[in-house]
Ligand binder design. Structure first.
Ligand SMILES: [Zn+2]
Ligand SMILES: [Zn+2]
Ligand SMILES: [Zn+2]
Length: 151
């Protein structure tokens, strides 16, 4: 009977559902999040919000990101040394980040299933598949290292 909500309506309804008001700043941030794909830092999101509504302050956007995170609307991840990035809560995925070129690869969370089970069983530790990226060297950088080593 109820039609699936579009992503923007879904965000606004979870804000209202928590008993909070939908302010102009929240609506703008929600619009920006829905319109962007990939990983955006708080600063990038702030810039995008301020293009639409210049009166929204940077500290407001930062505060709203925390609020959205509490509501389960967004999640953040740490990809390498740079600032945390945000995206809409959706499919949980893992991140591989190359420590040489900082390329990021998104991988299905299912890759962590076996490790996750083992950590719970052995250590009682619950793995968070999304929050922190796995660090390493990407295929391309490994290739170029191999090439230099043999030059
Ligand atoms: Zn964090
Ligand atoms: Zn690389
Ligand atoms: Zn991601």
């Amino acid at each position: 009977m109820s039609e699936p909500l579009d992503p923007l309506a879904e965000i606004l309804s979870s804000i209202r559902g928590s008993g909070r008001r939908v302010t102009e700043a929240k609506r703008r941030l929600a619009e920006v999040l829905v319109a962007t794909t990939g990983h955006r830092t708080a600063d990038e999101l702030t810039t995008a919000v301020q293009v639409l509504s210049p009166e929204v302050s940077t500290s407001t956007v930062y505060r709203l990101l925390d609020e959205f995170e509490e509501l389960g609307v967004v999640v953040h991840s740490h990809l390498g040394h740079a600032a945390a990035v945000y995206h809409l809560t959706g499919t949980v995925h893992g991140h591989l980040v190359c420590q040489r070129c900082e390329a990021t690869v998104e991988i299905p969370a299912a890759h962590f299933d076996a490790l996750s089970r083992e950590l719970v069983t052995t250590y009682g530790f619950m793995l968070d598949r999304h929050h922190v990226a796995i660090s390493g060297t990407c295929a391309r950088c490994r290739e170029s290292v191999a090439v230099t080593e043999h030059a």
